[in-house]
Ligand binder design. Structure first.
Ligand code: SF4
Ligand code: SF4
Length: 309
């Protein structure tokens, strides 16, 4: 295909507020990554994310997700907030401040898929946590960033507060060079992880990760969590906040991620007294909706237990 069309896709991605857009060929993932992932599952380190063990064959070979796929397009959308919750309020991870990223990212990526279809007739598949795929590996391969010891994708000069979206397309596009940079290995993320979920060179241990335990967990909270949860009601940003690659981040320009006044006004007390209707009003369009008010209150109980210790 012509470089002109590749450039047009990048320009469209930029106009849709994506901060990075890279391209790679499609093929099976390296055995080393596959083996490490299988070990993570076998050791039970996926914790409550049972879905992570599904469709290992598709995860190992993204070409199976779209017959005839030739290119991966990796995209990154900034979610770093413009406005923050008061520090004394129960803290939500930055990524959950606004509208559900699945919907926002999917809408924008579908616009790119539609453009490719109308210009070339080629098909695309948009993957936003909706397909078993090694997003960060593919993003690195497409040249947009590297994976830090904190397991986040870090975009050189821009940091890690990005949603990553992967598209497969049957359109052949000249690949970019893989990103060969690496994090500065300061190990702050390992030291600052409140729950000991990070180890050098290993995927995060979801059984201990507060992000998994406060968001994905649908059962009771393990008793030890109250000793480390701090004021985190939903998710955890500790291993990103301490990362020097995030020292000069800029706030998102995506309006959908702007927090509402009601969200910014949440307190311990308002969570306790919140009705189902009020929860729907604040979180109806948010990823928090899936976790539900009952589980937020479970998390709040762990926070209060911790404060009383
Ligand atoms: S999200 Fe929090 S608990 Fe999970 S690995 Fe990072 S610092 Fe640790
Ligand atoms: S905190 Fe340090 S070790 Fe961890 S990802 Fe960032 S640069 Fe790498």
């Amino acid at each position: 295909m012509s470089g002109g069309l590749k450039q047009s896709i990048v320009e469209l991605a930029t106009s849709l507020k994506f901060s990075a857009c890279g391209f790679s060929s499609v093929g099976p993932v390296p055995n080393e990554l596959n083996d490490r992932y299988k070990r993570w599952i076998t050791q039970g380190k996926n914790g409550c994310m049972q879905w992570a063990a599904n469709h290992m064959d598709l995860r190992a070979d993204p070409t199976l997700l779209l017959p005839g796929a030739k290119t991966v397009i990796a995209l990154a959308l900034n979610y770093y907030p413009r406005q923050f919750q008061p520090l004394e309020a129960p803290q939500f991870a930055y990524y959950a401040y606004g509208e559900d990223y699945h919907k926002v990212l999917r809408r924008k990526m579908k616009a790119i898929a539609q453009y490719i279809l109308s210009e070339t007739g080629e098909k695309s598949r948009v993957c936003v946590d909706s397909a078993p795929i090694h997003e960060r590996y593919l993003a690195q391969r497409a040249g947009i960033g590297f994976v830090g010891l904190n397991n986040s994708l870090i975009i050189p000069g821009k940091g890690s507060y990005f949603f990553i979206g992967i598209m497969l397309t049957t359109l052949e596009i000249e690949p970019d060079e893989p990103c060969t940079e690496s994090c500065v290995q300061c190990r702050a993320c390992i030291r600052q992880c409140p729950a000991g979920a990070l180890r050098e060179g290993e995927p995060v241990d979801a059984r201990r990760c507060l992000s998994c335990l406060t968001i994905e967990n649908r059962g009771p909270m393990p008793p030890w969590v109250s000793g480390v949860i701090g004021n985190r009601i939903y998710g955890c940003d500790a291993c990103q906040q301490c990362c020097p690659h995030n020292n000069h981040v800029v706030a998102t320009e995506v309006d959908e991620f702007k927090p509402s006044e009601q969200f910014l006004g949440i307190t311990d007390e308002s969570l306790v007294s919140m009705t189902a209707e009020e929860f729907e009003e604040i979180f109806g369009r948010s990823a928090v909706k899936r976790t539900g008010l009952q589980n937020l209150r479970r998390n709040l109980a762990a926070i209060r237990e911790g404060k009383s210790q």
